[in-house]
Design a protein around this ligand. Sequence first.
Ligand code: GDP
Length: 458
Amino acid sequence: MSTDLISQDTIVALATSPGANGAIAVIRLSGSQAIHITNSIFRGKDLREQASHTIHFGTIRDQNEIIDEVLVSLFIGPNSYTKEHVVEISTHNSKYIIERVINLLLKHGARAAQAGEFTLRAFLNGGLDLSQAEAVADLIASNSAASHQVAMQQMRGGFSNQLKGLREDLVHFASLIELELDFGEEDVEFANRDQLKSLIDHIHQVIRRLIASFEQGNVLKNGVPVVIAGKPNVGKSTLLNALLNEERAIVSEIAGTTRDTIEDEINIQGVTFRFIDTAGIRETQDIIEAKGVERTREKMKQARLIIYLFDPTQDTVVEVQQQIADVAQLSIPFVTLINKSDLLSVAQREEYAVLSPVYISAKQGAGIEELKEELLHQVNVANVQVDDVLVTNIRHLEALQKTLESLDRVFYGIDNPVTSDFLAMDIRQALYHLGEITGAVTTDDLLENIFSKFCIGK
Ligand code: GDP
């Protein structure tokens, strides 16, 4: 998709999900002719004479044939999502009706929208900045309270507002330094180096905080990859089943939801935990011990959190301590679980207390709530506030890292005999990377890359 294609065309697409069996479908148009084109197939009031943000009942006709009774919502540009005229036609949700209506609109001069084109227009017309447009996609894809919250935050401006202000301050310095260049050999300094340094220091701090938030943001957006590990027969698959079965029971309690898509995930207070390599856990353990240990290690490395299970009827405290030391070497947070607590005597419990484990009985479902609390505690999400600014997008992370690198060079340049033209170049480079996030700097390739991942109709 090239931006020069986004001309004056009026685009149309089904905005609701195709094939879903809801009662209503919404067909959306955007562009200068949106109202005019709709009006030519609509029988009811003259849409061209109606106010913005009004809804009108009428019929869609192909000559004299009535295709459907519909409601038409009007949004007169620039007071719309795309900032252009937007029309939404609510039809009955029949594949046949949708096709007929869209074909009629195409026949009367609309063009079929490409993936993400509505949101692309919103961006190009200044309704959203780039990171907000990306958040629209995240919001639509969000499937937990946490991912919804992060996307909503970003869509409402999030950190891009913060970056915009800092970028403007930096632009100011870049122009002062460029002015110095105009004076060539004369030794003039328009840009106060101390002020520049403190500005860069400030931007540095903000960006470092944003970069540090990525891990947290990513966890909230995509879920926490968890591995359940431990020797054969400690009860890993029993625990996994206990957790997942409870989750399925919860989900099926919500009336009308038939979500069989939740594979190996559980949701604890809005945060998704994804169990990885569950196939490996469920396999029968007939592999030789050494190979099993090696495989478990590889598996654990992929996790953001490890649940390590022990069977006190198999292992002594000393053996358990050795295994814990091994796991600790990976530097991945882990929860120590003593399973089969139903078989444990009080004396044995006391013996294991030095490990500060969580005691569970996977078989009887005891201790599962404590385990869940411990999982939440380990990912430290309880402390994330609704309005915390979190980076969740890898493209943003990369741009932030590149900005930091450029800023470091500027900082070095101020204190060292580096000529103003190099200094200016490094500041421009930092500005470029900052601008990549909000879309102040874009290329067709970048836009294509972002918007082609949207569905048609978004
Ligand atoms: P895995 O090899 O680690 O996946 O272990 P399994 O989940 O297959 O469990 C091994 C054996 O321990 C099975 O016979 C389970 O029924 C039993 N088991 C698992 N959890 C418990 C528990 O909490 N208490 C008792 N008594 N037995 C358990």
